[in-house]
Design a binder for this molecule. Structure first.
Ligand SMILES: *Cc1c(COP(=O)(O)O)cnc(C)c1O
Length: 368
């Protein structure tokens, strides 16, 4: 029994390898794997995770923003890094660090060609993003002729990839919509490829796409959440093992009488005598106030302890009246057994948000 370790995030690299191998087992040998390490590698640790995946021979990495990609390069990551949302002001940084920008509009395409020409570079690899219905970023499929003309007009860029993003790959009820996205994407990339000289990689699947749409893996799949062993509730796969667990310990125990309150604004009032545990984890660590007042919970000695009162900035309190435990005992917020998905659902969110909200203040420990 570990005593008084404070709060820490444990990252299990053997589980990471297991998930990576499992995802590879779902795709053909020819299909490449792009590991998404945006948002601090889903709250874990981007450089350590990327270095480990590089050893496992992952093909590509992707991040959301240029600054995230620069960190990977500064740490010595050598594999291609795709930036989903590079932003115009960062385009020369993209070239400086040999990163692959996503070009998703004519404005971005022109900005990028401008940057490339000023640097006297030619055939710089880019991925083109096509909007097939998510309506977030991407060229309209109506503009495909104009896009082809622009690609063929000069030799500033080389089309290394063409991709799109699914809106509902985890949702069986939206199966028809996803199929429509996939066929619109197929029609569009075929037309582009037929009319340009480059041989781009085409890709559309995120983790749930890999699991639910085996015919749409194309040349590469982009996996984030699955590599970390989590999922959407609707694509829960028993074969994935959560890589990240969040643990803490009980700092102090109070015995309170009927009518006494707990925490700020007295939002919890004891109806009977209660045993209350204080845990060094708060909203500044990424556990939102929404988890307070009996919504969220933690596990102590394999028993569920509801979070009572308001979550403070640095601490929260749980009801341990029915648990035989003492100060210093281990607290599990989530791990392989007690799922992050279930905790996230208790406040109407998804594991993605719970994980990526975990603050950098929490110590990360690696086990292999
Ligand atoms: C975040 C993201 C992914 C990864 O999705 P998961 O569901 O975590 O596998 C893939 N592609 C794009 C464009 C993304 O923004």
């Amino acid at each position: 029994m570990s005593k008084s370790q404070g709060t820490f995030i444990e990252i299990n690299l053997s589980s990471l390898k297991h998930n990576f191998d499992y995802i590879k087992s779902l795709i053909s040998k020819k299909t490449k794997v792009l590991a998404v390490v945006k948002a601090y590698a889903y709250g874990s640790d981007p450089v350590k995770i990327a270095a480990f995946l590089e050893k496992l021979k992952v093909d590509y990495f992707a991040v959301a923003y240029t600054s995230e990609a620069v960190k990977l390069r500064e740490f010595g990551i050598k594999k291609p890094v795709l930036v989903f949302h590079p932003q115009a002001e960062n385009l020369s940084t993209i070239i400086k660090h040999n990163l692959i920008p996503t070009l998703y509009s004519f404005k971005m395409l022109e900005f990028f060609k401008d940057t490339v020409s000023r640097k006297k570079v030619k055939n710089y690899p880019v991925h083109l993003k096509i909007n097939t219905g998510l309506n977030r970023t991407g060229f309209s499929t109506k503009d495909v002729n104009r896009l082809i003309n622009s690609i063929n007009n000069d030799n500033f860029i080389k089309v290394d990839g063409i991709y799109s993003h699914l809106s509902s790959s985890e949702d069986k009820l939206e199966f028809d919509f996803t199929q429509k996205q996939i066929s619109l994407f197929t029609k569009t990339f075929k037309k582009i490829i037929k009319n340009i000289s480059d041989k781009p990689l085409v890709h559309i699947c995120n983790t749930s796409g890999v699991i639910n749409f085996p015919d749409a893996h194309f040349d590469m799949v982009r996996c984030g959440i699955g590599i970390y062993g989590f999922s959407n509730k609707l694509t829960k796969s028993k074969s994935l093992i959560p890589v990240v667990s969040l643990r803490s310990s009980i700092s102090q125990i109070h015995l309170i009488n009927k009518g006494e309150s707990v925490g700020y604004n007295r939002s919890y009032i004891a109806e009977t005598t209660k045993k209350i545990g204080t845990i060094p984890l708060g909203h500044a660590d990424g556990i939102s106030r929404l988890y307070g007042n009996n919504n969220g919970f933690v596990y102590i000695k394999n028993k569920k302890a509801p979070i009572i009162g308001n979550v403070c900035m640095d601490m929260l309190m749980v009801d341990i009246s029915k648990i035989n435990c003492e100060e210093g005992d281990e607290v599990i917020i989530f791990n392989e057994k007690y799922s992050a998905e279930e905790l996230a659902e208790s406040v109407g969110t998804i594991s993605y948000e719970l994980l990526t909200a975990l603050s950098h203040r929490i110590e990360r420990k690696f086990i292999n």
